[in-house]
Write a protein that binds this ligand. Sequence first.
Ligand SMILES: C[S@@+](CC[C@H](N)C(=O)[O-])C[C@H]1O[C@@H](n2cnc3c(N)ncnc32)[C@H](O)[C@@H]1O
Length: 315
Amino acid sequence: MKEWQVQMDGRYWLPEELKEGKNLQFPTNLWIRNNSISLNWIMRVPERFCLFLNKCLPKLKVSGRESFQSYCNAQYRWAQTSYALHSKYLDLEGKIVLDAGCGMGGKTTFYAEKGCKLIIGIDIAENSLESARAFAKEKQIQNVEFIHGSLDSMPFESDKFDVIIMNDAIEHISRPILIKALEECKRVIKPGGRICLEFPPWSSFDASHLYDYINIPWCQLFFSQKTLINVMKSMNPNQEVVGISSLIEQYQELNRITIKEFKGIVKKLRFNVVAIDLNMVFNLKFFKYIPILNKYWTRRVVGVLSKPGLITPQF
Ligand SMILES: C[S@@+](CC[C@H](N)C(=O)[O-])C[C@H]1O[C@@H](n2cnc3c(N)ncnc32)[C@H](O)[C@@H]1O
């Protein structure tokens, strides 16, 4: 077994001497086809079932995947929905704002048009920032800057920002630096300033982020990571997706944060909670009050946090 190279999709590719017929002693649950040996049919039932279910469900068209520019435009459109989640807690007029984990900056540019004095987008992915800068230039936006950096060690003085926006970023921050990143947000926000965030918790129907290919709601809970990766690879082994380098890598890097865990971090870091709300699928608000269902029916966790201290900015 150890001489064979195991592929991520569960297939075992043979070294040359085995192809020539030497030492062919296979475990009984393997079978040979076209120079490759596949795990037997029974062991691949979850993958087959996942593929079957996926074919039965309507395919989701994810907009903005055609080019970097179209992705920036899509982000710019989606910003309206993100903004609406926080708008009653947020007045950007004249504020110094940080867009933490801004990605390709479509949303940053949208926020810049809401009257900020200055908005800075920061992201760890440098190539995304190039698109972000080009998009802001195309829109002729002056009050925006993009900076390369990681949220766990930001190049800003303490108490700099009136507002921090963090859309769909928390679940992407790698687990070892997650708490440090939120601590940094607390450091760079002014006392009384607001951190407005939203993210899909791991129990959310679309938390896998695999919807370009696997459109089974809650697939990350029904299927193992190995099954989902094998299915993804069987659908398109070299998928390059605009907006992210690879869906498989992105899926593996998700930190799988839950609602309970998020609330625990907020408590641990002693933020003042202005609001933590659950945005429900189909906006079925009464589901919030039904135990268990509220966890799985949550589409986004919407949080507005602030740093204790004198309230300086006006909202
Ligand atoms: C799904 S994108 C969200 C982009 C944008 N905020 C939006 O809502 O469209 C998540 C972003 O978080 C960024 N990110 C993940 N970890 C980070 C870190 N440690 N520091 C800065 N950015 C990070 C990723 O590079 C990615 O661009």
